[in-house]
Design a protein around this ligand. Structure first.
Ligand code: SF4
Length: 333
């Protein structure tokens, strides 16, 4: 199969890389793409976009709160059908409105204003890592991502804290064991984010933008059978975490580049460089890995080639890996 080394790295890619290198290779080097639909992801995407529309309308465009919220609400109602019986568009839109009633857009917690005068809301960042791409001349690897927001807590005219804010819809909230009132277990809720690589990456990105954040503010938004109000988790991050995240991330990128260079000249099977882990990744999210046949059957590679397309995003379109390589002047499979 054709291959091309990725130009950009994101948190999702890193997460896949740490889980199983071979799965990462299938996804981001061979670019195997099938048609999958996930109601949870659609609902989460609609909610995130609605937050962006609402906050930009309020903070950047100066609209009143009610009009701004209505714009986000309508985006969810008119958006792609989630086709999920729990996360229906109507239900997600209702929870969206309740969320903004609970966490008002007031002056106590405001988005950080960036050098260009806009606010750091749903901010897409990309930074040049300085690491040379193994195939494309004059191209460095880019690290990119999208922050829900950088916010400042104001109290009596002073900034008391700077946060990375991340909104997370969820079907499952952790509860205090043995408690009939089903109280939220805030410690357990916080524990799942204390060492979260995505959040550390956001804090690292904030530093690159010149904004020193010290905590993550996670807003959990339950979408269950019965309505439950959203709640906040306040989680510190330390300079040690940022430094070590940067070292390990950059080292890992160097490592996979070296493996890729070796593989393209060795004539070996890809699994000799990008090791299949046969572990949690194989059944992540209670689903079998879509590429498992390649780790089970001797001719798995050919089976995958017949099941999947090899597509890559380029200037607003999905094109074949072969076409992409021709455009970039990359020779060979
Ligand atoms: S089936 Fe398991 S070992 Fe094979 S690529 Fe998928 S996650 Fe990796």
């Amino acid at each position: 199969m054709n291959t091309v080394f990725p130009i950009t790295f994101s948190h999702t890619m890193l997460s896949d890389l740490w889980t199983c290198e071979f799965k990462w290779y299938r996804l981001y080097v061979q670019r195997l793409t099938g048609v999958t639909r996930n109601g949870d992801l659609i609902a989460g995407g609609l909610f995130a976009k609605a937050c962006e529309i609402t906050r930009k309308a309020y903070f950047n465009d100066g609209q009143d709160e009610e009009t701004a919220i209505e714009a986000g609400y309508n985006h969810i109602l008119m958006g792609e059908d989630t086709e999920d019986s729990l996360k229906t568009n109507e239900r997600v839109a209702f929870i969206f409105k309740q969320y903004f009633k609970k966490f008002r857009m007031d002056s106590s917690l405001v988005p950080v204003q960036l050098a260009d005068g806009t606010y750091a809301i749903e901010y897409t960042f990309q930074f040049d890592t300085g690491i040379a791409h193994p195939e494309i001349p004059d191209q460095n690897i880019i690290f990119k991502g999208k922050l829900d927001g950088l916010y400042e807590r104001h109290y009596q005219g002073r900034i008391t804290e700077r946060y990375v804010v991340d909104e997370k819809t969820t079907k499952t909230v952790r509860r205090v064991k043995g408690n009939k009132a089903k109280l939220i277990d805030f410690n357990a809720e916080e524990d799942q984010y204390r060492m979260d690589g995505q959040l550390i990456g956001y804090h690292w990105a904030a530093r690159q933008l010149g904004v020193k954040t010290t905590k993550s503010l996670i807003r959990r938004i339950p979408i269950g059978v019965e309505y439950e109000a959203a709640f906040e988790l306040d989680i510190p991050v330390t300079p040690v975490m940022l430094d070590r995240w940067e070292t390990s991330t950059f080292s890992k990128i160097h490592e996979v580049i070296d493996k890729y260079k070796w593989l393209t000249t060795s004539g070996k099977h890809a699994s000799a460089a990008f090791y299949p882990v046969y572990n949690k990744g194989c059944t992540e999210f209670a689903k079998v890995c879509p590429f498992h046949v390649g780790c089970v059957e001797p001719y798995g590679e050919q089976i995958l080639a017949s099941q999947y397309q090899q597509l890559i995003y380029h200037e607003g379109n999905m094109i074949s890996v072969k076409e992409f390589k021709e455009l970039k002047g990359i020779i060979g499979e």
